[in-house]
Every structure is written in C-alpha cells, then in structure tokens.
Design a protein around this ligand. Sequence first.
Ligand SMILES: *[C@@H]1O[C@H](CO)[C@@H](O)[C@H](O)[C@H]1NC(C)=O
Ligand SMILES: [Zn+2]
Length: 167
Amino acid sequence: MAAPMKRNLLSFFKFIVFFVSSLIINNVIGENSHHLHEYFLCRKCGREIVELSNLKNVPSSVALRQRNETLGHKEEVLVQLFKNPQNVFYEVITATQANVFRASQETGGDTWWPGFNWIILGCPQCRQHIGWEYIPQSKNTDEESFLGLVLGNLLYENEADELISSN
Ligand SMILES: *[C@@H]1O[C@H](CO)[C@@H](O)[C@H](O)[C@H]1NC(C)=O
Ligand SMILES: [Zn+2]
C-alpha cells in the first residue's frame, strides 16, 4: 500500500474515534446536567422545594429504620423512619439546602439527630409542613446544619408530570 493512502486511512480512523467519543461525552454531560435540575415539589401546591443534587445522606443513630432508595435519578438516597412524641411516624430524607421558610424558634429537646437543635420548616408558598432544619448545638464543631425533609409531603417532579398528563 502506498504511504499517502495509509496516512489518509489513519487520519480517517482518528476522526471516527474522535467523533464517536465526543458524541458519548456530550450525552453523558447532557444527561447529568439535566438531572441536576430536577426537583422534589411541595405535594400540596407544587412549589419547587429541593433539587435532587442537594440531597445528602446524614445517618441518624436514633432512626427506627433506614433504607437506601433510588428517588428520581438519584441512587442510594437514605430514607429514615422516625416517630415523634405524639406517635406520628415520618419518613425523612436529608439535604444541604432547599426552598423553605422557618416556622418556629430553634428547639433543643426530642431531637432525631443527637447534638442538633431543630427548627420547623414549611413550604414558602402554601405553608405546608415540609420538615426541619438541624443546627449543631455546639458552636465548636465541624458539623454543619442540614435539613430533614418529610418524604410523604414531597412529590418528585416527573411523578407530577405524569399526574398532570393523566388528568
Ligand atoms: C446505604 O448505602 C450506603 C452506601 O453504599 C451504605 O454504606 C449503607 O450501609 C446503606 N444503608 C442501608 C440502610 O442499606
Ligand atoms: Zn406548598
């Protein structure tokens, strides 16, 4: 085979590899950045409450039960079961930030995360109870505040689309 033809074949082959791999990379990045902006909504009014990307597992030593669940496109979301002093059960997921408003003072007793105080959180639009903010009791700690959100009061936005389109 003549040398110039070999060189042409080689560069054609390189071009194909480059083209296919850039297609794959675009798809992967496109998928991820789309999923980053998926939300759990307030189940009562549909307001966007928490982005999937802001969920962060914070295990509690006093949870009655724990399980990992795939919620939307997020795998291994820790769902924890708790009971309050009035014997009401709550399934709770944890997050670093969310669209919520603070509905109480900071309180110390009956905490589900020992070492943390809590504040009741509501939906900023309809005031429905959404969960609690947990704040380290000690100021000399590396622990950070986080949110415990009631899974039953949230609706994954794709579920919401299905509910709306099936009406
Ligand atoms: C959930 O998944 C994490 C990470 O794989 C694991 O460390 C943890 O033990 C699992 N928890 C439960 C309750 O299955
Ligand atoms: Zn609401």
